[in-house]
Design a protein. Sequence first.
Length: 427
Amino acid sequence: MKKKIAVIGLGYVGLPLARLFATQYQVVGFDINKNRIAELTKGTDKTLEVPDEDLQAVLVTDFNTNAKGLYCTDALQDVADCTYYIITVPTPVDKNNRPDLTPLYKASESVGSVLKKGDIVIYESTVYPGATEEECVPVLEKHSGLQFNKDFFAGYSPERINPGDKEHTIEKILKVTSGSTPEIGIQVDELYKSVITAGTHLAPTIQVAEAAKVIENAQRDINIAFVNELAKIFNLLNIDTHAVLAAAATKWNFLPFKPGLVGGHCIGVDPYYLAQKAQEAGYHPEIILAGRRMNDSMGHYVASEVIKLMLNHDLKIKGASLLVLGITFKENCPDVRNTKVVDVIQHLKGYGTSIDIYDPWASPEEVMREYGLVTIDSMPNKKYDAIVLTVAHQEFITLDLDVLKADAAAVVYDVKGILADKAEAKL
Ligand SMILES: NC(=O)c1ccc[n+]([C@@H]2O[C@H](COP(=O)([O-])OP(=O)(O)OC[C@H]3O[C@@H](n4cnc5c(N)ncnc54)[C@H](O)[C@@H]3O)[C@@H](O)[C@H]2O)c1
């Protein structure tokens, strides 16, 4: 049977996937965001995950063509004749850090309304184990009137892409696959295997694949929480944490994690999905939630360390002029979702300081919309009492910080530990 693939949600995950499948299959990319569709149809990706020339190479404008390629649309009827539906919509947490499955339910309703006998719906969004079959499949059944594992089938294949990483691109990352029956597992696996050059790992069940993804990110969160705790201890002892980590890393099995702010919508969010499911099952996760608490405390900690450094340099805090370098949640990437730099800024503002935020990657409009903060995307022509490097964008590594300092007492605080002796203190 000819494969026609719908990708539902064309964000950081969906677009690279749709682009990759479109090199071999007929793909329809569907997104409810009209602006996103307009931008993609013009051949530009503002997330910078897919280079414009790669996007333009697969884009097709004729929806009725049988040729391979990617057709982007916000009209649901355009995906009606697909046989595979791959759902890559956001899975955030609410203000109480509880999983918010609304986008998944909505996408499942949409797909359910066009589902036909024999179709396979594959979820890629990060969820807790059980979410696909317990939460999403009933919505598909309700809106299609079809019966699960008889009329239609499901799969789960978690995404592992790393935004901003131009080396580990989607086809080079081994992908875990799964299906709602053993036969469908093989079919889903073969679909991904046909485009992922790094290969696939077929998990025995959907729940196993869901659990595998969520623990990958929970493990990173806990490891970073551990080095953040080390940074707090070594700062009290006046020992250079980065020097300690470099020394320890000479042992073959020491894991090279660095202290820092844990933002974004993966590492800082996914552990809450697992924690919720654990609590529903009657287990209160101790280590997972301790890791979250530690990492969520780092914005406040960094701000208080900056203030301490300024006081040690006899700088007046109230009214001091500060420059924060970077607002995105990670380096060399425009994604500002759930960035913890905002915590640093809020706490520093609480001391009465005046703050400029410079980020050459972030969209000032998006930062204003998300956080109500003004950012500048070109180098400021001002002098500052303190400069706080929060994100390791490539532009900052070679920046001449001396020209930005108000006087000899001005200080630089390096959250990322990349400035060597250009900083008075680092995390
Ligand atoms: N970004 C990452 O690094 C990454 C890596 C691995 C896994 N994930 C997971 O992948 C999922 C998607 O993340 P993302 O970063 O691509 O999100 P994103 O916000 O970049 O993109 C999601 C897209 O889905 C669209 N959308 C929302 N609801 C929709 C609906 N009902 N129908 C159609 N489109 C809809 C949005 O308009 C948006 O364009 C999440 O579960 C995330 O945890 C993300």
